[in-house]
Design a protein around this ligand. Sequence first.
Ligand SMILES: [Zn+2]
Length: 712
Amino acid sequence: MAAVLARLASSIVRSSLIIALVSNCTTGSSDASRKAQTKALPDASVQLAPVARQEAEPPFVYSVENVSDLRILRYRVPSFAGLSLRQKTLLYYLQEAALSGRDIIYDQKFEHNLAVRRTLEAVVTSEVDRESADYRALLTYLKRVWFSNGIHHHYSNRKFVPEGLTPEAFAALVRKADPKRLPLSPGEDVDGLIEKLTPIIFDPKRAAQSVSKDDAKDPVADSANHFYVNLTRTQVANFTKNQVVPNDPNPVSYGLNSQLVGRRDGSIDERVWRVGGMYGAALAECVRWLEKAVPFAENEAQADALRKLVAFYRSGQLKDFDRYNIAWVKDTDSAIDLIHGFIETYGDAMNMRGSYEALVQVVDTAATQRIRTLSGEAAWFEQHSPIADAFKKENVVGVNARVIEAVVAAGDSAPAMPSGVNLPNADWIRQDHGSKSVTLGNILEAYEAAARDNGVLEEFAASAREVSRARKHGALAQALLVDMHEVIGHASGKLREGVQDVSISLGHYGSTLEEARADLVALYFIVDPKLIELKLLPSFEVGRAAYDAFIRGALLVQLARIQPGEPLEEAHMRNRQLIAHWVLKEGSAQGVVERLERGGKTYFEIRDYVRLRKLFGRLLAEIQRIKSEGDFESARDLVEMHGVRVDQELHREVLERYRALHVAPYAGFIQPELVPVVQGDEIVSVSIEYPIDFAAQQLKFSARYSFLPTYN
Ligand SMILES: [Zn+2]
C-alpha cells in the first residue's frame, strides 16, 4: 500500500508546509524545492567547451503547457552533475531498463490502449494538416492518453472522450494517416480499425472505468482493465484461495505478476508476466539493460539486488520477487536506486495485480547535507527553543530524512509522479528486513516553482516586494522550513512523566497540534542568526519570504482547496490556519500582521517580522505545554477557536480569485533524458538533457521503446 499512499499524502510522517505555498499542490507532502539555490556544475561531457559562459543561465522553465485539466511541468536533477562517469553510466542503463517496460502499463489498463495510442500516433506522425481544429483536438486527446497511459483518467480512472472532435473527423484523419504506421490486426483494413476504435474512443459508457470498486456490481467484470478476461469476482477469489499456502509466515504477493483468463470449459488460465511469458518482449528488454547495469553497480548489495530482479523477470516466481525485495532493502549505501516492477495494486479491483512502474533515482546531495547539518545541531536548537525548560529533551536526536531526486520514471509513476515512495509492500518483509522511504525533492521543487509561475503568487501577495522576495528566496525558504519541521521540529520536546501519547491525551486534536508544533519550531528558527552561522541561510530575506508565504498560504491560498461551506478538516490545513489566525489576533494591537482591502480584494501584510517571530515563539511554548501536560481542554479550545471555522465571505472571494487564474488541478512531467557518448563498446560520457516538448518526448518514447504487440 505504500507508494501510492505516499502519492496521495506522504504527510503521514512528514508534514506539509508546502501546501501553504503551493497553491494547488495535489500531493499532501513536504520537502519542496530543495535545491533551487544549487548551481549545477558543468557535466564532464561538456567541459570541452573552451570558454566558460559569462552570462547568467536562463531561468529553468518549470511549467510548459496546459492540456485540459492537466499541467505539464519539468524538473531538474541537480545532483547529476556531481556523479562519476561510472554512476552516470549506471543511471543511463537504468533509464533504458525503466522505459523499456513503458508499453506494459498501457496494456494492463485496457486491452485496446495500445491500439488507440498507436493509431493516434500514426496520425500525428503522418503528412496531415496540423493547423486544422480537428487535428488539434486529436492531438489534445492524444496528450491526455499519454498522460494517463491510456484512455482512462489517471486520477479518477474514468474514461475521458475527445473534446471538439467528432467520430467523422477522427475517421477522416485516420484515413489520411500513413497506413503503414497504423496498428492493423491481421486481416483488418483501415475502415475496420476505425469501426473498432470509434466506440472505444467516443462512447463514454463502453469500458467506462479502468478499475471499478463499486461493490454493488461485480468489480472484476465491471473493470475495463486487462487483469482479468471473462471472469467474475467469485471465480477470481476461488482461484486465489486455491493458490494460497495456509499459515505461511512469509506469503508471496499472490497474483502480483499475472493475468487470469476464463476459458470456455470453466478453467482459468494464469498468464505470468515474465521473459518468455506475457509481456515477455518488453521484459526481455528490461532484463537486457539491467544486466548491462550490474557491472556498474556502486557496491555488492546493489549488484545483488539487480541480479535478483533479473532472476525474477526470468522465472516469474513470486518467491524470487521476495528475494529481490529483501536484497533491495539491504542496499542503503548507494547514491543511485531503482524501483522497477509490478508494484502497486490500486489498478486492480481485487488489489492483487501490480501495475508496471519504474523510478530511477539519485540521492539529493544538497538536501542530505542540509539535513545532516540541522540534525547535528539538534541539541543547540533544543536549548535555545522558547519552550519551558521542563519540556526540553536532554538528549535530542534529529530525525533523519532521506531525500532523493527522480531521474527517470515510467509506467505507473509517469508522467504524473509520486512525491514520496515507501516500499516494499509485503508486510513481513517490512517487519523482518526493513523498508525504504524517500521523498522526491526535485519533484516537489518543481511543483513549488511552477506554482510561482501560475499567477497565484501575484494574485494573493500583498505587495510587489513580497512577490519579488518570493521569486528570489521562496524555494530555499520552503525547503528549509520543511527540513526544520521534520528534522528538529518533530524531534523536539518531551512529555511530562505519566502523560500519555498525544493521540490519546489530546484525541483528534493531537495531530493538528503536533503539526503546528513542528511548524512553529521551523518558523521560530528560520530567522535565527544560527542558520547564517551554519551557512544554511544566505540572508534574513529568506526567513521573511518564509513568513510571507506562510501567512499568505494559511489565510488565503489554502482556502481554494476546500468546497464552499466546508470547515477545515485536514490536520495540516487546520494547523496552518490556527497559527496564522492566532498571530493575527494576538498581534492586532501592535499591527504585526495587517488585513488590507484593495479593489474588493483581501490581502494580509506582515508589518513587523521581529514581533511576529516572538508571537510564533509564544504560541510554540503554549502548544508544547499543552502537549507535554496532555491538556485536552486547551487543545480543543485552541483548535476550535482558530483552526476549524472558515470566514465564509473570504472563502468565497478566494475561490473566485483562484478560479479566474484557470490553474489546472493535475500535474505531470516531461522527463530529463540521459544521453551517452559511445566510443567502440564503451560509454565515455553521459549528459543530461531537459526536453521541453511533451508530445515530442512521448513520440520518441513510443518509437524507441515499443516492444509489445498491439494486443497481448
Ligand atoms: Zn509533520
